[in-house]
Design a protein around this ligand. Structure first.
Ligand code: GCW
Length: 731
């Protein structure tokens, strides 16, 4: 019996399967069964410490200071205790020293010192309270390594930063830094169900829930350590599709366990949030409606929210998926999204709570014959008009693209399109469409593209919008709250759909932990490069030589481009096995209700989203819209997202479109082979269990890449009748 979690079907479930699909599916199941067997071994063993294993390193001079840790201005709170425990663990593991904690030191020491502020007074004017107390400075003098912070979380993050510097072999002076978190909120969204499985989870079952109970154990603490070590400060533990027992998470049935979990999180600076079922008044309140403007409903929520904040310490608020993919919401009662969000926001406000409201609202019952309706338009169409109508403790959470976490999408036009509403970014490190943590796909290069994208919003001020003087127009400026002034209130940041599960290695493929590590580090410091994050992660994870680290970094850095080559082309996603989203099915979604079409015919492929087509391109500010509007100026890697292009179209490389399809799929497979071969060279240079885990997945990835190459190439050869110039095997 295969575990539902692995074959978790999207709400739509796979459409009736043809014979061909059935045999592809059977083959796939066999491969996945092998993986499941592998997993049993994993789940039985102790879980790994990942980048916190603190393996021994050559001392670059830190040892001389590590004998004594002085707490100067900090008292023994839960967070400071976590700091002390982590410092002791790290210094012992890496340098073999067992630090004494004291109020003063004779000789050299590590001094954790409370200061009034780390950032300049001017910078502090724009920072949230959180960011001020989460900032840290590290100074190195002959007498001491000084970690300075204005708050205990800054001291904790500074300690993790010092341990990272030691673990990555930095020289003493290189440990010096002054770091202010780029984002107020740095959040993980876990789509964990209380039925043990994880929606879009590829790393085992939930470690938060088991058979309808909440798990609080040693792994809860190691989870808090791991996420805190990379600066995550908020976590939603349950699936946004709130169903079954999960609706009860806001009832007395779970408060004690959630309070215990929240305290463990708080000791690492992490706030607990819950995904909320908008229909709770009906499902557990005994009311016959959940209309956000109905007095009875409001009264019920008022009482319920008082209970939740009263019973769960350090509780941050709620994440809400409403009116989306069959979930209940305000639209049911003719109300607006703002009516729903604001009702809840007003009720959590007295407790300092936040409502994070997702913009993933679209028509998921589309007629594939309809060339005008466009799923990509829906976020903007549903939320732009209400800009400024949301209360100040509501944050709209917006996916990086208008569709759904594909390997490449344009940036969501609500980013910067909203000018008077708190907004934050949602990305996915769960590899739902990017390889299920079987195929390696390091996503920080994609997230850097998203964060650095120019929206040109600052060129187009509107009536009483909240644009700050001299603000930046890039996504990183917007989601941090710097552009539209919501940074100070802390109502801004980044969230990632998590890729974890109860596998011993937490992320299915050992290499996928680079995405968990990377999201934390990048959301804390959006100026970090993908490569330095990858290298840091590899050095802390693998106790091995520099060449081996270089191989791992090269594999990670090339993996997104490789995966895109064999699963796209040029902004076309969705050619995945329906519902499951792993493995190739070029027409799987082409006649479905999900609005995810490629519109390939015998002459060309792509969706016309210009003003002559669905008009989606016009949702951007003119500087971007006019590029997307014109196939000759459209960024080529999104050409087929915005236009229906003939196979004979000449790309800037000189290749025809059809030749590019063939070349990119042959290259994609060859690059995947190259990664797997390069990795084989690491045998004996990284721990055996890790080597086995990763090379086993490379074998599956090569199967997958080969299927994609041959199915996509054969599909488009049969459609277009145009042969491959290089005469390679196409079927
Ligand atoms: O990515 C899609 C997934 C659904 C998910 C939904 C969402 C949690 O296929 O599994 O539901 O989007 O983001 O809400």
């Amino acid at each position: 019996m295969l575990r539902a979690g692995i074959f978790g079907m999207q709400q739509d479930g796979a459409p009736e399967e043809s014979e061909g699909k059935k045999c592809a599916w059977k083959g796939h199941k066999a491969r996945m069964q092998m993986r499941l067997d592998k997993r049993e071994e994993y789940v039985m063993s102790e879980w790994k410490q990942l980048w916190l294993q603190y393996h021994p390193v050559a001392d670059q001079g830190f040892g001389a200071y590590a004998g004594t840790v002085v707490l100067d201005g900090f008292v023994n709170t839960p967070v400071i205790n976590s700091l002390k425990e982590e410092a002791a663990r790290g210094l012992k593991g890496m340098l073999g020293t067992e630090p004494v904690f004291a109020d003063q030191a004779e000789g050299a020491c590590i001094r954790i010192r409370r200061v009034d502020a780390v950032a300049s007074a001017k910078a502090e004017e724009e920072l949230s309270e959180n960011q001020k107390t989460e900032s840290y400075r590290i100074l190195v003098t002959p007498e001491e390594i000084r970690i300075e912070a204005a708050g205990e979380k800054g001291a904790l993050y500074g300690t993790f930063a010092l341990l990272r510097a030691i673990g990555t072999g930095k020289a003493l002076q290189e440990a010096e830094t002054e770091t202010v978190p780029s984002n107020p909120l740095r959040m993980l969204n876990h789509w964990d169900n209380m039925t043990n499985d994880i929606e879009r989870g590829y790393s085992g079952d939930s470690f938060f829930f088991k058979d309808g109970t909440v798990i609080v154990d040693e792994r809860t603490k190691d989870y808090a350590r791991l996420v805190s070590s990379v600066g995550i400060n908020a976590v939603v533990i349950n699936n946004v599709n709130v169903k079954g027992d999960a609706t009860d998470l806001i009832t007395d049935r779970y408060f004690d366990k959630l309070a215990a979990m929240s305290e463990i999180f708080a000791a690492y600076g992490v706030s607990l949030y819950l995904s909320l079922n908008f229909a709770s008044p009906i499902e557990i309140g005994g009311l016959d409606n959940c209309d956000p403007l109905n007095e009875e409903v409001i009264a019920w929520w008022k009482g319920k929210i008082a209970e939740v904040f009263g019973r769960i310490p350090n509780f941050g608020g709620f994440l809400v998926k409403a009116d989306s993919e069959g979930r209940p919401g305000p639209f049911t009662y003719g109300r607006t999204q703002a009516d729903g969000a604001n009702m809840l926001a007003d009720l959590v406000k007295p407790y300092g709570g936040t409502i994070i409201w997702r913009c993933f609202v679209y028509n998921c019952t589309q007629d594939w014959r309809d060339y005008k309706t466009d799923r990509a338009r829906s976020g903007y169409d549903n939320f732009k008009a209400m800009d400024g109508d949301y209360h100040d403790n509501v944050i709209l959470q917006i996916k990086n693209g208008p569709m759904d976490f594909q390997i490449r999408e344009p940036i969501h036009p609500l980013m910067g399109g909203l000018r008077k509403t708190n907004q934050m970014l949602e990305v996915q490190i769960a590899q739902e469409y990017t390889g299920h943590q079987i195929d390696v796909c390091y996503l920080m290069p994609m997230f850097k593209e998203v964060l650095e994208y120019h929206t040109y919003c600052t060129n187009h001020p509107e009536e009483n919008d909240r644009q700050k003087e001299g603000a930046g127009d890039q996504v990183k400026d917007i989601v941090s709250g710097r552009t539209f002034g919501n940074q100070k209130s802390g109502m801004a940041g980044m969230a990632a759909v998590a890729n974890t599960g109860n596998d011993a290695n937490w992320t299915g493929n050992d290499l996928a932990a680079a995405n968990l590590y990377g999201f934390g580090r990048l959301s804390f410091d959006t100026e970090l490069s993908s490569e330095e994050i990858a290298r840091e992660w590899a050095q802390l994870t693998f106790d091995t030589d520099k060449e081996a680290i270089d191989v791992i970094v090269r594999i990670l850095m090339g993996s997104r481009a490789t995966y895109e080559k064999y699963t796209s082309p040029l902004g076309i996603g969705w050619m995945v096995t329906p519902g499951f989203h792993y493995g190739c099915s070029v027409d799987g979604y082409e006649y479905s209700r999900w609005g995810t079409y490629h519109r390939a015919d015998h002459l060309g492929i792509g969706v016309d989203r210009s003003s002559h087509g669905t008009g989606y391109a016009q949702q951007y500010y003119p500087e971007n819209a006019e590029q997307y509007e014109d196939p000759a100026r459209c960024p080529e890697n999104l050409l087929l997202f915005f236009h229906h292009i003939p196979y004979t179209w000449k790309l800037s490389s000189g290749q025809s479109l059809i030749q590019y399809i063939y070349d990119s799929h042959f290259e994609g497979y060859e690059e995947a082979e190259g990664m797997a071969k390069a990795f084989e060279g690491l045998k004996g240079r990284i721990p055996e269990d890790s080597f086995e885990n990763i090379s086993g997945r490379f074998r599956l990835q090569l199967d997958n890449a080969r299927e994609w190459r041959d199915q996509v190439n054969s599909y488009f050869y049969r459609k277009s009748g145009i042969p491959d110039e290089k005469g390679r095997p196409i079927y």
